[in-house]
Design a binder for this molecule. Sequence first.
Ligand SMILES: Cc1cc2nc3c(=O)[nH]c(=O)nc-3n(C[C@H](O)[C@H](O)[C@H](O)COP(=O)(O)OP(=O)(O)OC[C@H]3O[C@@H](n4cnc5c(N)ncnc54)[C@H](O)[C@@H]3O)c2cc1C
Ligand code: FES
Length: 272
Amino acid sequence: MNNLYQPVNCEITDIIDESPTIKSFVVVPQEPFSFKTGQFVELTLPGEGEAPFTPSSSPAQTEKMEITIMKAGKVTALLHQCKKGQKVGLRGPYGNGYPVDEFAGKDVYIVGGGVGLAPIRSLFLTLVNRIKDFKSVVCRFGARTPNDFIYKKDLFGPWQKINGVDIRLTVDKANGDWNGNVGVVTTILKPDDVNISNSVAVVCGPPIMMKYATLKLIEFGFKPESIYLSMEKNMSCGFGKCGHCMIGKYYVCKDGPVFTFDKMKPYSHIWD
Ligand SMILES: Cc1cc2nc3c(=O)[nH]c(=O)nc-3n(C[C@H](O)[C@H](O)[C@H](O)COP(=O)(O)OP(=O)(O)OC[C@H]3O[C@@H](n4cnc5c(N)ncnc54)[C@H](O)[C@@H]3O)c2cc1C
Ligand code: FES
């Protein structure tokens, strides 16, 4: 029987400084590595430990994967010190991912902030790849300051010019030559951004943002089952054995990490 904990050997071939606390790593596996957008992987730094991350690259790309990592603690701080050529391991993919086929024919309303843009980038690239299948892709993203936005090169330029895509950005605090909106992300959510009766919403970001964005979407009239949330919990095994990741009756690693709000509503205190 295969050892479920055995990682695939990989090498870090490039590192991109995204913001003062976030870096993206280009990881090349020894063999092609497939995943569904929204699924997660366990990234191992040999001899040090491992942590779960959602790839930020398109699943169409199996020869290399991009993983965007915010410095949060022991493993992520060590990963931030890695140089090109560092050997790492990948195991997975785990979890359910976004049900992209169910989004067909609808407006997809994506609300994100901070490092939450990592899974969103993978989803965005997947949607854009078949943009004609969706009514529109409407993105509302926030960051603390303009410099804290990740994927600045794509976000401030090419992504805004894609037909069928509508992007608005906001910052909590402006500086430099920022002339966009100032305020938390909920200040740029408007009920007429999308046709709510034929839309799905995707929310990913810090817990406080997930809470208030979801409440706003409910206030606009979104059905709880049309709001997709990317949940995070401390994890260990990644595949439903250890129980570390449970929220109520759900294993975030196996039943999630993507949940509709109707499932998470009884546990929304975890955002407080
Ligand atoms: C499904 C999933 C996908 C994720 N995707 C990404 C991603 O794409 N990019 C990214 O930067 N991070 C992501 N994370 C979060 C990332 O896994 C944690 O930041 C990482 O495990 C921290 O490890 P560490 O050893 O550096 O920190 P530790 O030293 O273990 O912990 C530092 C602090 O962070 C807390 N912590 C640890 N793990 C988590 C967690 N999962 N959620 C909240 N607090 C935590 C600890 O309790 C502690 O207070 C994801 C988490 C999950 C569960
Ligand atoms: S991480 Fe072990 S059961 Fe989910």
